[in-house]
Design a protein around this ligand. Structure first.
Ligand SMILES: O=C(O)c1ccccc1N[C@@H]1O[C@H](COP(=O)(O)O)[C@@H](O)[C@H]1O
Length: 209
């Protein structure tokens, strides 16, 4: 399973993550209201880090997404708002980067609504619905994903913490399209600052399964 560690911001913390965990992706939040927002003055430093960088956007303009791709050296885009399929199509066509479209889950998933995203989406990312769009620390009912009907793989997100490693290993066989997990606030000392030892332990348990 792949591992995405999201909401990274502190440069020393990023460097330790890369050296000691080697995640498949490091996510940076480019949504100003978030407590994990990465300001522009850190762009050159983040760009220099040797890791696949995912920019997390919430209903951002295509123009600003393009600017951030260059400034931060992004290789993938996580669209974490209510972006319409037509917008996702534009983003894919204009950037040709990997696109992760987030689906915010309440108590059920309307699979038909997801169909229009399929041609432009490399991964769906399922997260718990919250008014803040993400980083809620809350889980949704993962059983809903047992009905996942599509070909593209997905990432599981929302409130995953160190204690979920065993449950994840148990649910994995029931979710054959789950390509990986996305972790964030469940491994934090404070917003944007991660506990690297805990991530290492989690990776040892989960990623090999
Ligand atoms: O983390 C944030 O502050 C955030 C803000 C706005 C959009 C997305 C955000 N983070 C994403 O939220 C999910 C789940 O996080 P958590 O595990 O529940 O803390 C994760 O994909 C982050 O990329």
């Amino acid at each position: 399973m792949k591992l995405k560690v999201c909401g990274m911001r502190d440069l020393d913390n990023c460097q330790r993550l890369i050296a000691e965990v080697q995640p498949d992706w490091m996510g940076i939040i480019l949504y100003p209201p978030s407590p994990r927002y990465v300001p522009q003055h850190l762009a050159a430093h983040i760009q220099g880090l040797q890791v696949e960088k995912v920019g997390v956007f919430v209903n951002e303009s295509l123009e600003n997404i393009k600017k951030n791709i260059v400034d931060f050296g992004l290789s993938a885009l996580q669209l974490h708002g209510t972006e319409a399929p037509e917008f996702v199509e534009n983003v894919k066509n204009e950037t040709m980067l990997e696109v992760l479209k987030v689906i915010s889950v309440k108590d059920k998933i309307n699979w038909t609504l997801l169909e229009k995203y399929l041609p432009w989406t490399d991964y769906f990312l399922f997260d718990t619905y919250t008014k803040q769009h993400g980083g809620s620390g809350k889980q949704f009912n993962w059983n809903l994903l047992e009905d996942y009907p599509f070909e593209p793989p997905f990432l599981l997100s929302g409130g995953i913490g160190p204690d979920d490693a065993n449950t994840l290993k148990q649910v994995k066989p029931k979710l054959p399209k789950m390509a990986g997990v996305d972790i964030n606030s469940g491994f934090e000392i404070s917003p944007g600052l991660k506990e690297i030892e805990k991530i290492k332990g989690f990776k040892r348990k989960v990623v090999s399964c």
